[in-house]
Design a protein around this ligand. Structure first.
Ligand code: LLP
Length: 416
């Protein structure tokens, strides 16, 4: 566990969160490098040897984080030119990068092909044609996989389900054969595999199994039709526990056992795109209590982090456990809210939490995935900084971006 009480206060990797807050200011994201590495190692050990574990950069695209994972053996799954740039800058070898996404632009396809990445996961017939055109222009052959939509209900939050019939992602399973024939005749393409990703924060294994069986059947059919299926990209999606006391999602060993059982004897190289599983629990957002105010019938703990710093509660109604960095011993029931001018700026309602008062620090847990990367500057608040901790050392891996720097990028028009 990355965040534990040491001398009565939360610390990670031998560094007290209070010391980091004092040095860097609040709010601040704190990540444990060792916890991320441990998760990656556990994932790689659970899946068949020779698989490519392409960390889904979108979960936490900080350069320090990607570099840590690259050094520990991760490839990268990217969805934009920016993520591709981050992955290569952080030291991920191009031949360990896959590019996913439902709307890659011509410029992004060109960047991916120029970098010589391992695979582009194509999500539609028009996209196959676009990739072929760009490849022809560049004089290269594009390695593509078909991302299919397996029509599976993943049982997760509506906004992060991606493999249902009505979702925008992938090629409908019923047209996969047609898409493969198209890929085979387009001159700029080399069809090398299949891909899917059915959603994020999955907490049971059956949806994975259903989707993977669909993929295996399709692979067999396409091979029978003469296509080469040398890679099977099984996506990401493994959930993590957010709510203390609730049954945890399946262990990674159980996911690995499912993979071994389903893909035993499968000649294709397997690719995985885990994001949240690798980084979520390795991160916390540390904030300071500005004040505690009593409403008509509720107590509000107003902290200096807001919805713009961590969107998940506002956007998905997501639960994040909130702890005092130095618990005094007592508890209280309160709503934990930010200063932004929206009622949705609420991190927790009627929480039975560690008692806190003005000036205390709190840690919003399990914030290493889809935290800082989804931050905005709403209410003209600074972009929150990020700190990576490892074995007693720490480094600011993303600076706070204050309003002065944002305003410097803006100007009033000449006509004023
Ligand atoms: N591969 C593809 C093609 C994806 O779209 C995603 C996530 C992943 C891999 C990684 O999934 P993971 O292992 O992290 O579940 N912002 C939301 C999550 C959005 C996930 C989008 N796609 C949240 O905060 O819950």
């Amino acid at each position: 566990m990355p965040f534990t009480l040491e001398s009565g206060a939360l610390a990670t990797d031998g560094v007290q969160l209070a010391d980091l807050a004092r040095a860097v200011g609040t709010p601040v994201y704190v990540y444990s490098a060792s916890a991320m590495e441990a998760r990656l190692t556990a994932f790689r050990a659970a899946v068949p040897a020779g698989s490519l574990v392409a960390y889904a950069v979108k979960a936490n695209p900080n350069i320090g984080v990607i570099a840590t994972l690259a050094k520990a053996g991760a490839g990268a799954d990217v969805v934009s030119r920016g993520e591709l740039l981050r992955a290569t800058t952080a030291g991920v070898a191009p031949d360990r990068i896959v590019f996913s996404g439902v709307g890659k632009t011509l410029a992004e396809i060109e960047a991916a092909l120029s970098a010589g990445i391992f695979q582009l996961n194509a999500e539609s017939e028009p996209e196959l044609a676009m990739i072929s055109d760009v490849a022809m222009r560049l004089g290269v052959t594009a390695p593509v996989a078909l991302r299919i939509n397996p029509e599976v209900v993943a049982g997760t939050h509506d906004k992060i389900s991606t493999g249902r019939r009505e979702d925008k992602f992938g090629i409908p399973i019923t047209r996969a054969g047609h898409a493969a024939s198209l890929a085979a005749v387009l001159p700029g393409l080399r069809l090398q595999g299949l891909a899917l990703h059915i959603g994020s924060q999955l907490t049971t294994l059956p949806p994975f199994e259903t989707a993977y069986r669909t993929l295996l059947t399709l692979a067999a059919n396409l091979r029978a039709a003469g296509h080469t299926i040398a890679t099977l990209d099984l996506g990401g999606g493994m959930g993590v526990p957010y709510v203390p006391g609730e049954p945890p999602p399946p262990a990674i060993e159980d996911y690995g056992a499912l993979i071994h059982r389903l893909f035993a004897g499968e000649p294709a190289q397997l690719i995985f795109e885990p994001g949240r599983f690798i980084v979520a629990e390795a991160g916390a957002l540390v904030a300071e209590v500005i004040l505690v105010k009593d409403g008509a019938d509720r107590r509000f703990v107003v902290i200096d982090a807001a919805m713009n710093d961590l969107m998940r509660p506002t956007l998905y109604g997501a639960f994040h456990h909130i702890r005092a960095v130095r618990p005094h011993g007592g508890t209280m029931v309160a709503d934990i809210v930010g200063p932004a001018c929206e009622t949705g700026d609420t991190f927790g309602r009627e929480r039975d939490m560690d008692a806190v008062e003005a000036g205390d620090l709190v840690a919003i847990m399990t914030a290493g995935a889809y935290g800082a990367t989804m931050a905005s500057t709403y209410n003209s608040r600074a972009l929150v900084p990020e700190v990576l901790v490892n074995d007693g050392r720490w480094a600011v891996v993303a600076e706070r971006v204050p309003p002065e720097r944002m305003i410097a990028l803006e100007r009033a028009p000449d006509w004023l």
